[in-house]
Design a binder for this molecule. Structure first.
Ligand code: NAP
Length: 489
């Protein structure tokens, strides 16, 4: 199978925070890969911008080192890297002052696509928008890209939206949620809406429940005090997991068009029921011995606050109150320091209404599992007859589709989410970006949940590092007669 690389229009991309961690690890290596693939036209320019003083040459060396560190060795091609680096420039600029702005305005060309990536703290978004406007760069052709966290509650999200809306139309604002850039997440839409097979079954009549898991093995480590201000609900559920839930639960949009898709996602968020306290389990990882006998810090030690009540794990039972999903729960869980690193959506279908085979042992429901990581792909378990002459015994087998395997060489080259999303910004396609009203609706649902546990003074339950989370999370499903899927090591 040959995938086509369609070059985007010539662009100038300014990366504010161009020396930061995100730029170094994701944005700049991702742009190099798109350049190497022939998608980024050679006349395009990337301008790094941050306060540090640096020459263009110094910035090229910085980006060259980032490519050496974060791009797979077999994609590091000296001649291509040299060509790519020649397309880079650097401006020392202060978002909060006047330094550097006139130089930037002189560098950014008219007549090409102009994009401004705000890879800086959200507290600087307003300053950047204001100065881009003041220096004549906020024209209708320009677009801005903003990173999470988009607010920490409804009020702050509204304030951020207002700050951006003062100088940019909604159609120019690209709110990145890198989960939406994953191949599998888009495939979820393809599977649902390009096949007749699943959609007739995609409702409460046939779907027993849905599980969405985002498990990490790492703790909050060096960014503990930062993480402690947010916690798993704000960091993962309000944005990434909410987006996944929307893509599963939404009605077919009339067209694969940015606003048509986002309208349907918004309806799902608005249909979410408030979550009662008994349907929420929060956890914090305990400390533990390492294999080498040394101690491993607990969450509170990592966060630097012995009394912290922030959750490093959360599990919730979520109900979507509409005709399609009445009675089908969505179980969401995410956490740090769990036994495996895994992101998965699993749709468990109901049992057939009547078994002609009697009460067979080993009976399993059909499950469609969509793996986001590792090894993006899909797996559908179906029941078949166990081979051999031993009568009609049933066994389950997976119909497994690993994208990397199924697509051969092309599969091995699945673009990173950031690569795809940045190219979508240049193409002017907002389908995979969150609209302002979606973000606000997600906070409107999240706020009362967080306020509830804060008002009650709930303490998260402890769980052992390397486990599947707190015991109470198991009960959340057990009491409904269900089980979490195993988190694989
Ligand atoms: P970071 O490593 O702290 O980098 C911040 C960047 O902003 C640096 O280049 C810094 O350079 C620049 N900067 C700071 N103050 C500035 C000012 N007044 N004017 C101009 N530039 C300024 O942060 P990061 O991890 O890259 O994160 C950037 C944004 O992406 C944040 O909003 C973060 O929440 C979000 N994000 C990051 C990740 C990630 O994996 N890192 C993931 C998701 C979202 P100077 O100090 O030289 O100015």
């Amino acid at each position: 199978m040959v995938s086509r690389v369609i070059p985007v229009d010539v662009f100038d991309l300014v990366v504010f925070g161009g020396t930061g961690d995100l730029a170094r690890r994701k944005i700049l290596p991702g742009l190099y890969i798109r350049f190497r693939a022939g998608q980024m036209p050679e006349e395009s320019c990337i301008i790094g911008a941050a306060r540090a003083e640096m020459t263009d040459e110094g910035y090229r060396a910085f980006v060259g080192a980032a490519i050496a560190e974060f791009v797979a060795k077999d994609k590091q091609d000296a001649a291509v890297i040299a060509k790519f680096l020649a397309r880079l420039a650097y401006v020392s600029i202060d978002a909060t002052g006047e330094n550097g702005w006139a130089k930037l305005a002189g560098l950014v060309r008219k007549g090409v696509v102009r994009a401004f990536y705000f890879s800086v703290a959200p507290s600087l978004f307003g300053d950047l928008a204001e100065r881009l406007h003041a220096h004549g760069m906020a024209d209708p052709e320009s677009r801005i890209v903003v990173e999470k966290p988009f607010g920490r509650d409804l009020a702050s999200a509204k304030a951020l939206n207002a700050v951006l809306a003062a100088h940019f139309d909604e159609g120019q604002i690209y709110r990145i949620d890198h989960y939406l850039g994953k191949e599998t997440v888009q495939n979820l839409m393809a599977v649902r809406f390009a096949n007749i097979l699943f959609e007739p079954l995609w409702n409460a009549q046939y779907v027993d429940h849905v599980q969405i898991t985002v498990a990490e093995t790492v703790g909050v480590g060096g960014r503990g005090s930062y993480y402690d201000q947010s916690g798993a609900m704000r960091d993962m559920v309000q944005n990434h997991m909410m987006q996944l839930l929307c893509l599963i639960a939404m009605e077919p949009p009339y067209k694969f068009d940015p606003d048509a898709v986002r309208d349907e996602k918004l309806k799902v968020i608005r249909a979410l029921d408030p979550v009662p306290p008994e349907d929420i389990v929060r956890g914090q990882y305990r400390g533990g011995p390492r294999k080498d006998g040394s101690g491993e810090p607990s969450y509170c030690e990592d966060a630097g606050d012995a009394q912290s009540r922030t959750e490093s794990y959360i599990a919730l039972k979520v109900k979507v109150s509409n005709w399609r999903w009445q009675g089908t729960p969505f179980y969401l869980r995410t956490g740090k320091k769990l036994r495996g690193r895994e992101s998965e959506i699993a749709i468990t279908f109901k049992e057939p209404p009547h078994s002609i085979f009697g009460d067979e042992e080993g009976w399993r429901e059909n499950v469609l599992a969509i793996r986001l990581q590792p090894n993006e792909g899909m797996n559908l378990t179906v029941m078949i007859k166990e081979p051999g002459p031993g009568g009609m015994r049933l066994t389950e087998v997976p119909l497994d589709m690993s994208f990397a395997e199924a697509l051969g060489d092309e599969g091995a080259d699945i673009p990173d989410a950031y690569e795809r999303l940045i190219m979508d910004v240049i193409r002017g396609n907002q389908t995979l970006f969150m609209r302002g009203d979606e973000v606000e609706a997600a906070w409107a649902w999240t706020d009362p949940i967080i306020q509830g546990w804060e008002a009650r003074g709930d303490k998260p339950r402890g769980y052992d590092p390397g486990s599947s989370g707190p015991e109470d999370a198991l009960m959340l499903l057990h009491r409904d007669g269900r089980r979490w899927r195993e988190i694989r090591e």
